[in-house]
Design a protein around this ligand. Structure first.
Ligand code: ATP
Ligand code: MG
Length: 426
């Protein structure tokens, strides 16, 4: 019989690994809630058309990487490859005009059919932040600062922020004219994929990963030289404000990002500590997206962080599990049900309590408590049950002595006092 396995490019996250995930997520959520950014959750499955219209048909994501299928009602569905289009769709559906300014975040699995390698999976996870309705350069700066600070808070080293500007629709139209002329002249030096894009979506060619094409492109006209005065001004304001905040950046004129919806600011944050998949965060402004998928003209900017790459980068200290505070050793019919009751009471405190359910001998249960390096144990056996009490014993690391106390099961005040003195002190 064949063994069943997970699909290629998907990963099981087991309890030991999830300690780090949970610690990372906790720090992220704290940062987001302190910045008054609210959570949004949208379906993982969407109509395929949303991504075709939102991300763009000629992008790698839509043309090669989507998980698309017909459901039983013959509707074309796609497992979301990214979060922005879904957020935009949800807000349009709800009616953006009733709430024109929103700061939102989402976190969850995304799906892209790619070649799996370190830091690249077919099901991966993103944290995304979207500022909807915000037009000013200051919103670009705040978005970048939030991404930057999350990465800094997680102790990630060798961070590198790259920025570029893609101008607005008209800037790109002007650029496209002369770029198209140049492409026709240099067609033979481009890879096949890029040649096919000349008529479909020439700007996509700038995102080519093909080495020969990249080299040829070095002599192509630059989008930067076709920006209007206003777009230039916007970009230099952005740089000025980043400097005031002391967020270091490098300009990268070739940074176009993999999705069609970006306008003006585009940015990426990489870390030298990652191998070839160095980009941990990608983002930018997408002033045309909401209109493009049927909503009112609404400016917006956002970013997405790849959580798998973040986990690879975050410090080892976030992998350390929390210590057990109390291990409840219990045996005997009455003792065992009293122990359940006591464990429920202990959950009113910020303590990590484990109730032994093995029914094994006392010595085996003590061994388990020892193995877990539990700070204390509670013992309830037949004698304790008969007296309606329990023994609580603290392993004092400094004196190597065990502090022990007998507490009545009804004396909640005495229990709380003991916990306060011995376990809850920071
Ligand atoms: P890349 O150039 O690495 O393919 P991208 O431009 O496709 O990235 P975005 O669509 O901007 O990436 O997504 C934002 C972030 O999500 C990336 O910077 C990366 O950290 C993460 N990411 C994207 N695709 C994957 C994947 N297949 N596996 C793991 N993480 C991914
Ligand atoms: Mg990609």
């Amino acid at each position: 019989m064949n063994n069943l396995k997970n699909l290629r490019g998907t990963v099981d996250l087991l309890p030991d690994q999830l300690i780090k995930w949970q610690n990372v997520e906790k720090i992220i959520l704290e940062q987001l809630s302190r910045a008054s950014i609210k959570e949004i959750r949208t379906p993982i499955l969407e109509m395929t058309e949303l991504f075709i219209r939102g991300i763009g048909e000629a992008t790698d994501v839509v043309s090669k990487e989507m998980y698309t299928f017909l459901d039983r009602g013959e509707r074309s569905c796609t497992l979301r490859p990214e979060g922005t289009a879904s957020v935009a769709r949800a807000l349009i559906q709800k009616g953006i005009s009733s709430n024109p300014l929103q700061k939102l975040w989402y976190m969850g699995p995304m799906f892209r059919y790619e070649r799996p390698q370190a830091g690249r999976q077919r099901q991966f996870h993103q944290l995304g932040v979207e500022f909807i309705g915000y037009q000013s350069v200051r919103s670009d700066v705040e978005i970048i600062a939030i991404a930057w600070d999350i990465l800094r808070k997680l102790g990630i080293k060798e961070l590198n922020l790259e920025i570029n500007t893609l101008g607005d629709f008209d800037d790109r139209l002007n650029f496209q004219k002369s770029f198209l002329k140049w492409l026709e002249m240099n067609k033979d030096s481009l890879d096949l994929d890029s040649q096919n894009r000349i008529n479909k979506n020439p700007l996509r060619i700038l995102d080519s990963k093909n080495i020969q094409t990249k080299k040829t492109l070095e002599n192509a006209p630059r989008l930067f030289n076709f920006l209007s005065e206003k777009s230039h001004q916007r970009y230099s304001d952005l740089k000025k404000q980043l400097e005031i905040l002391q967020i270091p950046y490098v300009e990268n004129y070739n940074l176009v990002r993999g999705l069609d919806y970006y306008t003006h600011t585009a940015f990426e944050i990489t870390s030298g500590a990652l191998g070839s998949q160095a980009t941990v965060c990608g983002g930018g402004r997408y002033d045309d997206l909401i209109k493009q998928i049927g909503g009112p003209n609404t400016p917006a900017i956002g970013f997405a962080i790849g959580l798998e790459r973040l986990i690879l980068l975050a410090g080892k200290e976030l992998e350390v599990p929390r210590n057990t505070d109390i291990y409840i050793v219990n045996q005997g019919l009455i003792a065992e049900s009293l122990a359940i009751d006591l464990s429920r009471k202990l959950r009113n405190y910020d303590l990590l309590v484990e109730l032994d359910l093995s029914g094994a001998s006392f010595s085996k249960q003590f061994k388990k408590a020892n193995k877990l390096k539990s700070k204390s144990i509670i013992v309830i056996g037949d004698n304790e049950a008969a007296n309606k009490e329990f023994i609580i014993r603290l392993f004092d690391k400094e004196s190597f002595e065990n502090k022990e106390e007998v507490i009545s099961l009804e004396n909640d005040i005495k229990l709380e006092k003991w916990l306060n003195i011995n376990l809850l002190v920071k």
